[in-house]
Design a protein around this ligand. Structure first.
Ligand code: NAD
Ligand code: DAU
Length: 355
């Protein structure tokens, strides 16, 4: 079996659902259930003996140590993190705690477990750390895309905390020989994406008749990847990745934020037209920019394609259509995640941004 952390969140839950759809290898799911963790994402696994959920913190060495001793996983896949850049700007503390200290404690518990394994299990064991392209900083318009050898230049408390965790993972391989793999992926989108991030926020706000807040001039560029493609890339790296290596994962799909918002509006105009016949574009509102906002991310995903044969299966057109449909078909999920904490966050982040 494998231990997957943070798998009640957006990407982790997609990963577990896909994993168990393709394999009978069981998953132990360790998640603290922060505001971003939602067991409803995994509701279809209720009663499935291949999925064992444990609520706990990756930073709690005794919980992790007990889980490892009890279930003896052959691999750990670490998704657990604080993941939202804007939240890291308002309050970096949790990011330091989970992304740095938490990853450190997790690595220590895994190292103790791995050290005690028999020779064959020890050499087959893998620790896969899921990270982000944001560690590489911001690109200028004509810069080449991020490759695995780009230097780290993180610009937000979030990306700095992820960069620190990547360095710890690297050091545990270099110093202790822990069999690690690191993936640095671009922006994901798809089902179960928490509506604090750009694409789900725009869909949810549009349908609710609320403003669509575009930061600054909306010309910041991200490289979007459908979440299921990220999951298949992680499976490929786990299965065949070279130990100690880093693999960049991306969609070859650079788009400016404003274009993304226009695409979402056009799909909603088609699939769920406004009752007044106007376009959802009418709801776009330009608001004050994110402090330190990275201008452009782009991933050079040639290494993972060359070494592991991985390529994204979805184009942006197919992926975004599926995503908008999913939100239209899952309005109950949306209502349930809009908890008190979420409403407080919206007030904190957007009050005072109006321009
Ligand atoms: P998310 O915020 O949706 O989910 C994070 C999950 O981790 C939640 O279920 C949360 O409860 C859990 N968690 C948080 N702190 C924890 C702790 N201390 N112990 C145990 N569980 C904890 O995040 P996501 O978007 O699914 O991202 C998952 C991972 O992928 C993160 O490491 C993130 O940095 C990375 N990543 C995300 C993207 C993206 O576009 N979302 C892109 C590249 C990499
Ligand atoms: O690049 C990978 C990263 O992508 C992940 O590591 C992060 O966990 C993930 O949250 C994401 O970070 P971004 O900051 O790029 O994603 P977000 O959805 O928050 O914002 C995408 C872009 O849209 C960014 O340029 C900011 C802008 N934006 C965002 C929000 C929430 C807006 O213009 N308005 C908004 O309301």
């Amino acid at each position: 079996m494998i231990l997957v952390t943070g798998s009640a969140g957006f990407i982790g839950s997609n990963f577990v659902l896909d994993w168990l759809a393709q394999s009978d290898e069981a998953v132990v799911n360790l998640d603290k259930l922060t505001y971003a963790g939602n067991l409803e994402n995994l509701a279809t696994l209720k009663g499935d003996p291949r999925h064992i959920f444990v609520q706990g913190d990756i930073g709690d060495a005794s919980v992790v140590g007990k889980l490892l001793a009890q279930h003896k996983p052959r691999a750990v896949v670490n998704f657990a993190a604080e993941s939202h850049v804007d939240r890291s700007i308002h309050g970096p503390g949790e990011f330091i705690q989970t992304n740095i200290v938490g990853t450190f404690n997790l690595l220590e518990a895994v190292r103790a477990y791995w050290s005690g394994l028999a020779a064959e299990e020890k050499s087959n064991f893998r620790f896969l750390h899921v990270s982000t392209d944001e560690v590489y900083g911001s690109l200028k318009k004509d810069d080449p895309a991020f490759s695995e050898t780009n230097r780290y230049e993180p610009n937000s408390p979030y990306s700095a905390s992820k960069a620190a965790s990547d360095h710890l993972v690297r050091a545990y391989h270099h110093t202790y020989g822990l069999p690690v793999l690191t993936t640095n992926c671009s922006n994901n989108y798809g089902p179960y994406h928490f509506p604090e991030k750009l694409i789900p926020l725009m869909i949810v706000n549009a349908l609710a008749g609320k403003p669509l807040p575009v930061y600054g001039d909306g010309q910041q560029i991200r490289d979007w990847l459908y979440v299921k493609d990220h999951c298949s890339a992680i499976r490929a790296v786990l299965a065949q990745g070279r130990l100690g290596e880093v693999y960049n994962i991306g969609g070859w799909n650079e788009k400016a934020n404003l274009d993304i918002v226009h695409t979402v509006c056009a799909l909603l105009d088609e699939l769920r037209p406004r009752s007044d016949g106007k376009s959802y574009r009418e709801q776009i509102t330009f608001v004050t920019d994110r402090p330190g906002h990275d201008r452009r991310y782009a991933i050079d995903a040639r290494k993972i394609e060359r070494e592991l044969g991985w390529k994204p299966a979805e184009t942006f057109d197919t992926g975004i259509r599926k995503t908008v449909r999913w939100y239209l078909d899952n309005q109950d999920w949306v209502q349930h995640v809009q908890s008190g904490d979420y409403r407080n966050w919206v007030e904190k982040n957007y009050a005072g941004r109006a321009r």
